[in-house]
Design a protein around this ligand. Structure first.
Ligand code: HEC
Length: 149
């Protein structure tokens, strides 16, 4: 159910932008990945881990009711989301429509710290660390819907 909604969202974005054919598998240059790795180390690693491993017990809410930072590697759920949603989460934080109104989260909004290109570079770096089967699953899950469906 949820997955289907995400797939639909992904394809809406594709139609709107007409950009890369499969979000999550767009080829990026080595320079962008290097930039993304540096930005990740500077801005994200403190919470999400130097090796994208996340915080310990990341599925358990903390005493303050907030969730720890999940891993960005294949053991987490970052890869379950279409690229455009990841961009939004990173830029705007956990706010509607990505989270319920008033949702309390420790995930900062980076929109005033990083440009959209920088956010995309960080996410491209994260994506580059995923194993091939994850990339394939994403390509399948988020592929544009063809007409006649
Ligand atoms: C201060 C700690 C902190 C920093 C720094 C941080 N994050 Fe997060 N991030 C979190 C937390 C905590 C969550 C879980 C939020 C929730 O669900 O309430 C999260 C969630 C996310 C998610 C959603 C993952 C999912 O599967 O739902 C993405 C994407 C993300 N972060 C990207 C980034 C990126 C990219 C950076 C660096 C530019 C970054 N974060 C820096 C704490 C942080």
């Amino acid at each position: 159910m949820k997955t289907r909604g995400l797939a639909v969202m992904a394809s809406i974005w594709l139609v709107a932008c007409g950009d890369s054919p499969t979000p999550g598998t767009a080829p990026v240059s080595a320079a962008v990945l290097t930039q993304g790795a540096a930005l990740y180390a500077a801005q994200c690693a403190s919470c999400h881990g130097a090796k994208l491993e996340g915080q310990p017990d990341w599925r358990e809410r903390k005493a303050d009711g907030r969730l720890p930072a999940p891993p960005h590697d294949a053991t987490g759920h970052t890869w379950h989301h279409p690229m455009e949603m990841l961009v939004q989460m990173t830029r705007d934080g956990m706010v509607p429509p990505l989270a319920p109104e008033g949702y309390q989260s420790d995930m900062p909004a980076f929109g005033h710290i990083l440009s959209d290109d920088e956010i995309r570079a960080v996410l491209a770096y994260i994506e580059s660390q995923w194993p091939d089967e994850v990339k394939q699953m994403r390509a399948e899950r988020f592929k544009p819907q063809t007409s006649g469906r």
